[in-house]
Ligand binder design. Structure first.
Ligand SMILES: Cc1ncc(COP(=O)(O)O)c(C=O)c1O
Length: 462
């Protein structure tokens, strides 16, 4: 598969990487004695490394991003054409792809109307937090500034996003954090007993915990709540029955803005355009990033209702009365040009339908694995976004040790199958295998993933 500029001297690439690149989320000590992995090429669902070894990618680029698969020439061509015409101008002016993508996006998001461009999920969430804070200052004398976030959710890597981070191991050693972020309990039914929750109506109970926090903090101090529709890195947590309608009710009751973080679920991952659309809720703000252009260009969006937008233009005589924020690279035109093409592909190839169909198929196949391997305590997911929680004991639900979970992902990798797992995120609970194949996945691809995991579980746990 390799015919690029550096392929004849790939060892020089590896050496340069080893000497100079600081990799994400990586302990670098092992690279003193072994080579880092370089991914050289991708096509469809597969990638090839520096040794020419082929891998089936069951996590869309490692972090659920490459939703339409690798090697899409039409996206590359659209980006190239746009870059030659106009590569960049600051977002204080408009651009053709920026305007056209915003219109296409809003068509998919009834009730929302404004798109603010930037370039990472963290950045989009930061901007939403800034809007909440500014609204608090403009309308409530600064008082209604608190932002609620949920245990086990993740919203990004900056200090403010970590302040809204429900994963204590991700946060460890990065404090002190930004004040005014308040945690509410998670909604993972499989772990309800650890929360002392009742067996009946868990979804409503979990949502009611949010109300209890609002009341304890004082409703006049709480401006917004930020939630993932389906928690991703915190263990693929699908919301329990009854949860979201009750969350919406609570937000309306206390005038709390609902900010839904669709950085992972957005643009097709769960079989609808957005994850929240499964649950009949109407957010005030939605953030998205990864799948918006499937990683062909960096783009993130913060989308709001017209009511939120209006709060920033209700007094044109006030010199501070607008959203005083900038994202330099939010003006890169490659992002919306790639995003337009990405959306066309999803529509033309029926990828939402495929995601729903293949998601059901994969969940069934994971359930078969659960019947076979006692180490699987729970399987869950929505669309092509699935998890299998591993336990040391099915009865007590004692979580499997992270080291042993990592042995499963390592075994898969050795076979040429890339899967994910919660890692160094939740103390004692990094025990969920994660799957997010591209939305183009076929039955054969899924069978190959399941067979690979089946083999790995047999080898690691006997
Ligand atoms: C739910 C969620 N929100 C936000 C982010 C942060 O996005 P980014 O890494 O683009 O800043 C992530 C990244 O994994 C995420 O999973």
């Amino acid at each position: 598969m390799m015919d690029g500029k550096f392929d004849n001297d790939i060892q020089a690439v590896v050496d340069a990487d080893r000497a100079h690149v600081w990799h994400h989320l990586s302990q670098h000590k092992p690279y003193e004695t072994s080579d880092p992995r370089i991914i050289v090429e991708g096509k469809g669902m597969r990638v090839w490394d520096q040794k020419g070894k082929e891998h089936l990618d069951a996590v869309s680029g490692g972090v659920w991003t490459v939703n339409v698969g690798y090697g899409r020439e039409r996206i590359a061509n659209a980006v190239r054409d746009q870059l030659i015409k106009l590569n960049y101008f600051a977002g204080s002016a408009g651009s053709i792809p920026g305007a056209m993508f915003s219109e296409r996006l809003i068509e998919k998001m009834p009730g929302l109307s404004r798109v603010y461009y930037c370039n990472s999920g963290s950045e989009a969430n930061e901007k939403a937090f800034k809007m909440v804070r500014q609204i608090a200052h403009k309308r409530y004398g600064g008082k209604k500034h608190k932002i609620l976030y949920r245990d086990r959710d993740y919203h990004g890597t900056t200090i403010a996003c970590l302040s809204a981070g429900g994963q204590d191991e991700r946060n460890a050693q990065y404090g002190p954090f930004t004040p005014g972020f308040i945690r509410v309990p998670h909604c993972l039914e499989y772990r309800a007993a650890d929360q002392g929750a009742p067996v009946e109506n868990y979804g409503e109970w979990a949502a009611d915990q949010i109300e209890a926090v609002i009341l304890a903090e004082g409703p006049d101090t709480v401006g917004a709540i930020c939630l993932e529709p389906v928690t991703a890195g915190g263990g693929v947590i699908t919301p329990p029955e009854g949860y979201w309608p009750r969350v919406q009710e609570i937000c309306r009751k206390y005038d709390v803005l609902l900010h839904i973080d669709e950085v992972v679920c957005g643009v097709g991952r769960t079989g609808t355009w957005f994850g929240y659309q499964h649950y009949g809720v109407q957010p005030d703000m939605v953030t998205m990033a990864k799948g918006v252009a499937s990683g062909y260009a960096a783009i993130a969006c913060l989308v709001t209702t017209e009511a939120v937008f209006d709060m920033f233009k209700d007094d044109a005589t006030d010199p501070l009365n607008y959203f005083r924020d900038i994202s330099t690279f939010g003006g890169c035109t490659a992002g919306p040009a790639a995003a337009l093409e990405n959306m066309d592909i999803i529509e033309e190839e029926g990828l939402l339908e495929n995601t729903t169909r293949m998601g059901h198929y994969m969940l069934d196949r994971l359930a078969e694995l659960k019947d076979k391997h006692a180490v699987i305590g729970d399987v869950r997911g929505k669309g092509l976004f699935l998890g299998a929680e591993l336990v040391a004991d099915r009865t007590t639900r004692e979580p499997m040790a992270e080291k042993r979970v990592q042995m499963v992902t390592a075994d898969c990798m050795a076979q040429g199958l890339i899967i994910g797992a919660t890692n160094r995120s939740l103390p004692g609970l990094n025990n969920t295998l994660c799957f997010s194949p591209a939305l183009i996945a076929t039955k054969d691809d899924i069978d190959e993933i399941i067979e690979g995991v089946d083999g790995a579980l047999s080898r690691v746990f006997g």
